[in-house]
Design a protein around this ligand. Structure first.
Ligand code: NAD
Length: 354
């Protein structure tokens, strides 16, 4: 297969970890006879330094035309005090919007070798945890009107969802459930919120089109509790932007380490934006200390969701598991008895395992 991938290293540890993901993609392409053309473009602070803005029209255009985009992370103290309108994070919001990605996928699994990093009790971990959180990304309270009264004594934020917005993200979630455990849990606050009632009605109606998927509904307060008490009950979870923001971070905490967590943001077509969930980690940047595995696992999601290369994606995931099982750890996931390695060495070990 031939595919064009845009790489956006970004700032801080971004360039270090994306270099490892690039080499992993090159290795998998060589192994299976694929041709991946990849070009790197500045984004975030790096783009502000080069072009005066965090995402240029040319970069966005290149991302829109690509089969997939792989991003490191953006931001850092150097740009914390500049005009908020051109901060690095603005580039990321513009990129998501410009690419039309509305479904944010965060897998949550606990690698057995890293169970020691999981804050849950061993008896809760006895059943395998494999959750795919699907968060709606472009609607909800973040995009409704934000108002503060002139006297400063009250403020409001409008939670708003439209039927098409709910339908499109629910369809992504139903389809993903079909390819996995065939169970979908929709999370809302329909006992209180009108937007949540519309959400529940819409998801329920769509459910008739997916009779092979077991659809359940859960209030968000209960879901927050159930994720801790009985995480193994979940397969695919779909929820709105605000609830998804909170629950996906909760699920990341269950997995134990920020540096291990990949994510995918998808729209209507096959193209998507793939990035680890962590930030640019300026405290460890440039010192070969970063964990590149969340970035490498994001590249695996890219192969799975944008290029349809399930076998190749699974091989990368198995290679990562193999390296962890062999006891190699970057500093963030290190525990006694393991061998500490740097970012570059961790990438090399994954390629060797491939
Ligand atoms: P962060 O995720 O960058 O770092 C939090 C802690 O986790 C730090 O101690 C860091 O060293 C560690 N860490 C993160 N990723 C790691 C990895 N791969 N390997 C080892 N350790 C890792 O969060 P922060 O410090 O709050 O933010 C730093 C900058 O990143 C800020 O400018 C913030 O705005 C930006 N940010 C960007 C994104 C993004 O690009 N998607 C997301 C979150 C934060």
């Amino acid at each position: 297969m031939k595919a064009h991938i845009v790489l956006l290293p970004g700032d801080g540890i971004g360039p270090e970890i994306i270099a490892q993901a690039r080499q992993v993609l090159e290795a998998i392409a060589a192994k299976h006879g694929h041709t991946f053309t990849m070009n790197e473009l500045p984004m975030g602070g790096a783009s502000i330094d080069a072009h005066g803005e965090p995402l240029t029209a040319d970069t966005l255009d290149a991302c829109r035309k690509a089969d997939a985009v792989l991003m490191g992370a953006v931001g850092g103290p150097k740009w914390d005090t500049i005009d908020p309108a051109i901060r690095p994070e603005r580039g990321l919001l513009a990129l998501r919007k410009g690419m039309g990605v509305f479904a944010n996928l965060r897998p949550c699994t606990i690698h057995p070798a890293l169970a020691v990093a999981c804050p849950l009790r061993p008896d809760i971990l006895a059943k395998p945890i494999d959750i795919l959180m699907v968060r709606e990304l472009t609607g909800d309270i973040y995009f409704g009107a934000h108002d503060t009264a002139p006297d400063g004594q009250s403020a409001s934020d409008l939670m708003i969802y439209t039927v098409p917005e709910i339908e499109r993200v629910a369809r992504v979630a139903f389809s993903l459930a079909r390819g996995r455990g065939k169970r979908l849990c929709s999370v809302d606050k329909a006992n209180v919120l009108a937007a949540s009632r519309l959400w529940r009605e819409t998801v329920t109606r769509l459910g008739a089109e997916y009779p092979d998927i077991e659809l359940t509904h859960m209030y968000v307060d209960n879901a927050a509790m159930q994720l801790i008490l009985r995480p193994a009950q979940f397969d695919v979870v779909v929820t709105g932007n605000l609830f998804g923001d909170i629950l996906s971070d909760e699920s990341a905490a269950i997995a134990g380490s920020l540096g291990m967590m990949p994510s995918a943001s998808l729209g209507d077509g096959k193209a998507g934006l793939y990035e680890p969930i962590h930030g640019s980690a300026p405290d460890i940047a440039g010192r070969d200390l970063a964990n590149p595995l969340g970035m490498i696992l994001s590249a695996a999601l890219l192969l799975r969701h944008s290029l349809g290369l399930e076998g190749e994606a699974a091989q990368i995931e198995a290679a990562v598991s193999g390296v962890l099982n062999s006891g190699y750890r970057t500093g963030d996931i290190f525990s006694d008895g393991c061998q500490k390695v740097g970012c570059g060495e961790m990438g090399r070990l994954v390629i060797q395992a491939l």
